[in-house]
Design a binder for this molecule. Structure first.
Ligand code: SF4
Ligand code: ZN
Length: 306
């Protein structure tokens, strides 16, 4: 089978949802075009933005950095990156090294921030405790705190996250299945917080399937950290992901239809489920918070590190 676009006999992918066969060059272009369409449609970037990429060194964030770097080279935006070191032995360091090499290669300002340096404890140390809340709960809250703080320090106007189509669909289904209406109205391509201290977050890769991002990284010969986090297996997200992938085998467009359907539902419900709360300051760290203590400080107190 030849490339549907240019006739090249060296096809590297059959796009399940459209049935197209693509060669390497046409496939790379198709991914980049899809991302730029999302950026345009959702108004994710403005000229003069300084975008902070949350760069783990994995395929999603490396692909995101690579595609956004094109906007930097065209002088549309400025780019910087942050890598969070959660303190996971035999896993995180490889990703950090890869992130450093990409930032150096592109000449981008880059920071590595360790959870241990910020809060005095690593994720591994937390997981050795008896009464923990599960690795991903701490990881998500601490990572968000570090990324938000770094965005302020680096003067970023947007934070770009590497969420792909599969991540988005998993998030949507998890919110439905858990009845999390509060999150249903918050979830989307661009999230703005009530607090001006929290930089706007954008997801330019949300319409690109995970499999295509992996293939994009390989096709462009990008060095990426493919190893999975040792704590990942236990999550509810993984169960939801397996279920969606199983359904996709007989229904190849199901991820796109879930995303499109959700985007319409979100628009229709507007602020219906948004919880109104007064923003105040966390009494320990001073960050904006709905409660007396922010989640991060609640966890740090439970862990007896503050
Ligand atoms: Fe953190 Fe690992 Fe959970 Fe991802 S899977 S949120 S890296 S603990
Ligand atoms: Zn706090």
């Amino acid at each position: 089978m030849n490339c549907t676009k240019c006739g090249n006999p060296h096809v590297i992918i059959k796009k399940e949802e459209s049935g197209q066969f693509l060669c390497k060059d046409c496939f790379i272009k198709s991914v980049e075009k899809k991302v730029s369409k999302t950026i345009k449609k959702e108004k994710l970037l403005e000229k003069g933005d300084k975008v902070l990429v949350a760069l783990s060194g994995g395929k999603d964030s490396v692909t995101l950095l690579e595609i956004l770097d094109d906007y930097r080279r065209r002088h549309i935006i400025d780019l910087c990156a942050v890598t969070v070191d959660e303190g996971i032995d035999n896993y995180r360091q490889d990703g950090i090294d890869i992130a450093i090499r990409h930032a150096e290669r592109l000449g981008i300002e880059h920071k590595v921030v360790a959870i241990k340096d910020e809060y005095g404890i690593t994720l591994d140390e937390i997981m050795e405790r008896d009464n923990h809340r599960g690795s991903c709960t701490y990881c998500g809250v601490f990572r968000r705190d570090i990324i938000n703080k770094t965005a302020r320090e680096m003067g970023a106007t947007k934070i770009a996250m590497g969420h792909n189509l599969d991540d988005e669909v998993q998030g949507i289904m998890m919110n439905y299945l858990e009845g999390n209406t509060d999150n249903i109205s918050k979830f989307g391509p661009k999230t703005e917080s009530k607090a001006k201290e929290f930089t706007v977050k954008i997801k330019p890769l949300r319409e690109v399937p995970e499999r295509e991002i992996g293939l994009y990284a390989v096709a462009k010969d990008l060095e990426v950290h493919f190893a999975g986090c040792p704590y990942a297996q236990q999550s509810f997200r993984k169960e939801v992901s397996d279920l969606i992938n199983q359904l996709s085998e007989n229904h190849p467009t199901i991820k796109y239809s879930t995303l499109r359907g959700y985007d319409k539902v979100k628009e229709a419900i507007g602020d219906e489920f948004k919880k109104e709360f007064k923003l105040r300051r966390c009494s320990v760290c001073g960050e904006p918070s709905a409660n007396e203590l922010c989640r991060k400080c609640t966890f740090l107190k439970e862990l007896e590190v503050i």
